[in-house]
Design a protein around this ligand. Structure first.
Ligand SMILES: Nc1nc2c(ncn2[C@@H]2O[C@H](COP(=O)(O)OP(=O)(O)OP(=O)(O)O)[C@@H](O)[C@H]2O)c(=O)[nH]1
Ligand SMILES: [Mg+2]
Length: 329
C-alpha cells in the first residue's frame, strides 16, 4: 500500500495536513495547483461565513462567540483570520488578531491566520484556496475574518456564502464605510460594542442608508443585529440571521457560486497569462521598460498592450479604430 498523499490526509481531516496544505496554497506555484485539483472533488459542502470591518471593531471576539455557538450546535469550524495589512503569516499575528484561546485543544476548531506574501490579489486567491482545503477536510463552517473595508477586503469576503459587516459606534467613519461599496456585499450588518454610546444612532444610520437603496421585491434585505461580543449579547440573534440568510438564498446561492467561480477563473487566467508573458515571452525587466516608455509618452498603453498580445501569439480582436473611421466615411 502506498503512503497517503497530503491531499488524502487533508480529506481525512488531519489538522497538521490542513496546516501544511494552507502553507502550500499561500506560496502559490505548481504544488498549490495540484493540491487544489486533488481536493476539489471533496469540496462544496462547507458553509463559508465572512466577517469584515474596521480594525478593532471586535471581529475576532465575535468570531470566537460564533465559533462557540456553532460548536454547541455540533458543527465543526475552521477559522481563517486574514490580514491584508500585515506581511506576517502563520503564527506571527495569531496572538494579536485571533482571540480564540477558549478553543485551544478542541479538535473541532481549526484556526489559522493568513497575511500578504506578495500582491494582494494573491491573498484573496490564497484565502479562497484555504477555504477549499477546510471544506475538503470536512469542516462544516468556515469563518473568514478580514480587517478593513476596502476593495481588497471585499474581494476576500466575496469568497463567503454569507458576509457580515461589523461596525462600531463612535468611530465616525461608519457612513464612509457604507459608501465604499460595503453596502453591496453586506448580507448582515452587526453593530458591535452596543454597550457603547451611539449604538442606536449607528443602527438607524445604517437603516436609513438601506432604505435609500432600490430593492427588488424578493431581494434579501440585510438585517441589522446589535451585539456586545465581549458578553455574548446578541449572538443568538446573529446565528439566527446567518441561518435566515442561508435559507433565503435558495436558487440564488447557485448563481452566487457561479459568479464567484467565474470571477476566480478570470483572475486566475489573467494571472497565468501575465506569468506566461513575463516568464516565456519577455526578457527580464522588459515589461517595466515598456511601462517606462509609456510614462515617457513614447508609446501609448493600447499600442503597447496590442504589441504584447501579438508577441504572445494572441490576436487583438478589437476593431482597429482607423478601420472603423473608414467604414463611417
Ligand atoms: N466594550 C466592548 N468592547 C468590545 C466588544 N467587542 C470587542 N471588544 C473589545 O474590543 C477590542 C478589539 O476586539 P477584537 O475582537 O480584537 O477586534 P478585531 O476587530 O478582531 O480587531 P483586529 O483584528 O485587530 O482588527 C478588544 O479589547 C475587545 O475586548 C464589545 O461588544 N464591547
Ligand atoms: Mg481580529
Amino acid at each position: 500500500m502506498t503512503a497517503p498523499t497530503l491531499a488524502d490526509r487533508v480529506i481525512a481531516g488531519d489538522p497538521r495536513a490542513i496546516a501544511r496544505a494552507i502553507s502550500i496554497v499561500e506560496d502559490e506555484g505548481c504544488p498549490a495547483a495540484a493540491l487544489v485539483a486533488a481536493i476539489f472533488p471533496h469540496t462544496g459542502r462547507a458553509e463559508a461565513v465572512g466577517v469584515t470591518g474596521p480594525p478593532g471593531a471586535g471581529k475576532s471576539t465575535l468570531v470566537d462567540r460564533l465559533t462557540s455557538a456553532m460548536r454547541e450546535a455540533g458543527r465543526t469550524v475552521g477559522v481563517l483570520a486574514v490580514d491584508p495589512t500585515s506581511p506576517f503569516s502563520g503564527g506571527a499575528v495569531l496572538g494579536d488578531r485571533v482571540r480564540m484561546q477558549g478553543h485551544a485543544g478542541d479538535a473541532g476548531v481549526f484556526i489559522r491566520s493568513m497575511a500578504t506574501r506578495g500582491h494582494l490579489g494573491g491573498l484573496a486567491r490564497a484565502t479562497a484556496d484555504a477555504a477549499l482545503i477546510l471544506d475538503a477536510a470536512g469542516r462544516d463552517i468556515v469563518i473568514i475574518e478580514t480587517v478593513g473595508v476596502g476593495q481588497d477586503e471585499i474581494d476576500i469576503v466575496r469568497t463567503a456564502d454569507v458576509s457580515i459587516v461589523v461596525l462600531v459606534p463612535g468611530t465616525g467613519d461608519d457612513v464612509q464605510a457604507l459608501k465604499a461599496g460595503i453596502m453591496e456585499i453586506a448580507d448582515i450588518f452587526v453593530v458591535n460594542k452596543a454597550d457603547r454610546e451611539g449604538a442606536r444612532q449607528l443602527a438607524s444610520a445604517i437603516r436609513t442608508s438601506l432604505a435609500l437603496a432600490a430593492w427588488a421585491p424578493d431581494q434579501w434585505r440585510p438585517p441589522i443585529v446589535s451585539t456586545v461580543a465581549t458578553t455574548g449579547e446578541g449572538i443568538p440573534e446573529l446565528v439566527t440571521a446567518i441561518r435566515a440568510r442561508r435559507d433565503h438564498a435558495g436558487p440564488a446561492a447557485g448563481l452566487r457560486r457561479r459568479a464567484r467561480s467565474e470571477q476566480r477563473l478570470r483572475a486566475l487566467v489573467a494571472q497565468r497569462f501575465m506569468e506566461h508573458l513575463e516568464r516565456s515571452v519577455l526578457a527580464p525587466g522588459e515589461l517595466q521598460e515598456v511601462a517606462e516608455r509609456i510614462a515617457r509618452q513614447e508609446t501609448d498603453p493600447y499600442t503597447a498592450a496590442a504589441d504584447l498580445l501579438r508577441r504572445a501569439h494572441i490576436a487583438d480582436r478589437r476593431p482597429d479604430p482607423a478601420a472603423t473611421r473608414d467604414h463611417d466615411a
